[in-house]
Design a protein around this ligand. Structure first.
Ligand code: GLN
Length: 546
């Protein structure tokens, strides 16, 4: 029988429940257990796909095309648990299913209510992850205890524990223990109140994990244990890490979290955890031998979470080369104002990530021109590939006004355009080209060299495509279409053979990079940047570190 761990949060939002849940999953997997991960988000959007990155941060895409919360990115980077659309439910998605059933007469004349219909629906979503061979399902509840919109989820997990037996469930509550400078003390009261809030709705946490800037003295942990009716050893400190989020599982392991989970859930098949490769990987993060400076030209560069997986994948590539990857984050619009040379002087590479809408696209195109003309390694992702195609059409082919029809409906040269099947679509949510698609690569390309394979599969999230009407012209001018859909009809990868490393991809490779398995394209991009950096060092030319 599968065991269940429910991770809830209190005191403040953005505590890192996703990272903590992922770390628990990782530790249990490394004890030989089979884990599944799931997140409930209490907001009403059916998925985060329609939300602005400012609102929600990155939209994380799964193989099956589900557009999900970015915490699922942590789950995939930390664990091997397979994820699909059953691993992320919002209130909107739950209600959408209930309302469809109601319209189809499934409820047979009953009044449809939060209890039992919504709670039953939520519980059935938890059960979907229990398949043969699964030892532990970890379910994270988004939001903070006490939020009105999260209530049905809390009520559902309370009921669920009664139904499957309390001995099969573990409630882990994550809180904040703030340091008050004026008092010179850490404060446990918010944690006490937050646990009271949980108990009011019938949930007694088994474990409390306390996020803190400073080490929590024993007497404060004793107080939390006593006031919250929790065993002392189940009050676990999670102190801010100095170097990397990848330290979190080791720090929780050091504080015996996995030992307590195994004991409380009677996971008798758990073995001692194998963590050597993870420790080795962390060693490289903490003491890198080299460093590179990458210009990152995007539209949401001030928002920490908007390009989460891209930032992580760059760090992973750094791990592969024992190299610290530093970023010069540049607002694309500033390139339009100040010019690429002024903002990108001295960098070792350029990355242009995915994006939507016109704002800043000319800045991205200008940055790409600078990289192409100055032999600066370039990696374009999704919109990055589209901008590189536009740049080549404008500046090499001389097609004045070349553009994507996303940015200029009346462009004389629509080198990037909508597929016919996308033209008919009017609904916004979930209608892009989403999820995993195969791609075949040219044998002697940089892409094939990176992947060491000529057939790959990557995740997508876009509507527009390189326009096949311009393929021949672009190709004759030197742009290589090194990856296409298996039938050849869609451009998937572009590159320039006479450049140190210039690759654009229509997919989002960042979603498949892990710290212990860096993505091959990110790895080779950073490899090329490092090569440039080292050749410059030999030239004794100054390098500007921003
Ligand atoms: N806006 C472009 C499209 O829809 C690129 C999307 C992206 O970068 N994810 O095709």
């Amino acid at each position: 029988m599968a065991k269940h761990i429910f991770v809830t949060g209190g005191v403040v939002s953005s505590l890192g429940k996703g990272l903590t849940s992922a770390s628990i999953g990782m530790l249990l997997e490394r004890r030989g257990l089979t884990v599944r991960m799931q997140k409930f988000d209490p907001y009403i959007n059916v998925d985060p796909g329609t939300m602005s990155p400012y609102q929600h941060g990155e939209v994380y895409v799964l193989d099956d095309g589900a557009e999900t919360d970015l915490d699922l990115g942590h789950y995939e980077r930390f664990t091997n648990a397979p994820l699909n659309r059953d691993c992320n439910y919002t209130t909107g998605k739950i209600y959408q299913s209930i309302i469809t059933k109601e319209r189809n007469g499934v409820y047979r004349g009953k009044t449809v209510q939060v209890i039992p219909h919504v709670t039953d629906e939520i519980k059935s979503c938890i059960r979907k992850l229990v398949t043969p061979g699964v030892d532990v399902v970890i379910t994270e509840i988004g939001g903070t205890v006490g939020d009105i919109e999260a209530m049905p989820f809390f009520e559902s997990i309370r009921q669920f524990a009664l139904e499957v037996g309390k001995q099969n469930c573990l409630f882990i509550h994550l809180t904040l223990v703030p340091y008050l400078k004026a008092a010179g003390e850490l404060k446990t009261k918010p944690t006490q109140h937050s646990v009271q809030e949980l108990r009011k709705i019938g949930i007694q946490p088994d474990v409390v994990i306390c996020r803190t800037e400073r080490h929590i003295p024993d007497e404060d942990c004793d107080k939390i244990a006593q006031m919250c009716s929790i065993e002392r050893k189940a009050v676990i400190e999670e102190k801010d890490r100095d170097h990397s989020i990848y330290e979190v599982p080791l720090s929780l392991h050091g504080n015996k979290l996995d030992e307590i989970v195994v004991e409380k859930l009677h996971l008798s098949n758990a073995r001692t955890p194998v963590l050597d490769d993870w420790k080795e990987m962390l060693g490289r993060i903490i003491k890198p031998a080299h460093e590179v400076q990458i210009a990152f030209v995007g539209k949401y560069v001030k928002h920490r979470d908007a390009y989460k997986s891209v930032y992580e994948a760059l760090d992973h590539a750094g791990i592969a080369h024992n190299c610290k990857v530093r970023l010069t984050r540049i607002e694309a619009e500033n390139v339009e104002k100040d010019g690429a040379a002024a903002l990108m002087g001295g960098v070792d590479g350029l990355l242009v990530p995915g994006g939507f809408d016109k704002r800043g696209t000319n800045g991205k195109i200008e940055a790409i021109r600078y990289a192409r003309e100055n032999n600066l390694p370039f990696f374009g992702i999704c919109l990055g590939l589209q901008c590189a195609t536009i740049e080549y059409a404008r500046n090499v082919l001389g097609l004045t006004g070349a553009n994507s029809t996303e940015f200029d409906k009346h462009t004389p040269h629509p080198v990037v355009a909508l597929l016919d099947e996308q033209k008919k679509i009017t609904q916004v949510g979930g209608t892009m080209r989403l999820g995993a698609y195969d791609c075949k690569l040219l044998p002697d390309s940089r892409a094939a060299a990176a992947y060491k394979s000529e057939l790959i599969s990557e995740r997508h999230r876009h509507r527009y495509e390189v326009n096949n009407d311009y393929r021949e012209q672009l190709q004759n001018a030197g742009l290589v279409f090194s990856g296409t859909s298996p039938d050849g009809s869609l451009v998937e990868v572009i590159e320039l053979p006479n450049h140190p490393w210039f690759v654009g991809v229509q997919c989002h490779p960042e979603f498949k990079s892990k710290p212990i398995a860096p993505h091959p394209l990110f790895r080779d991009f950073i490899g090329a940047a490092l090569k440039l950096r080292q050749s410059r060092k030999d030239d004794r030319r100054p390098v500007i570190v921003g």
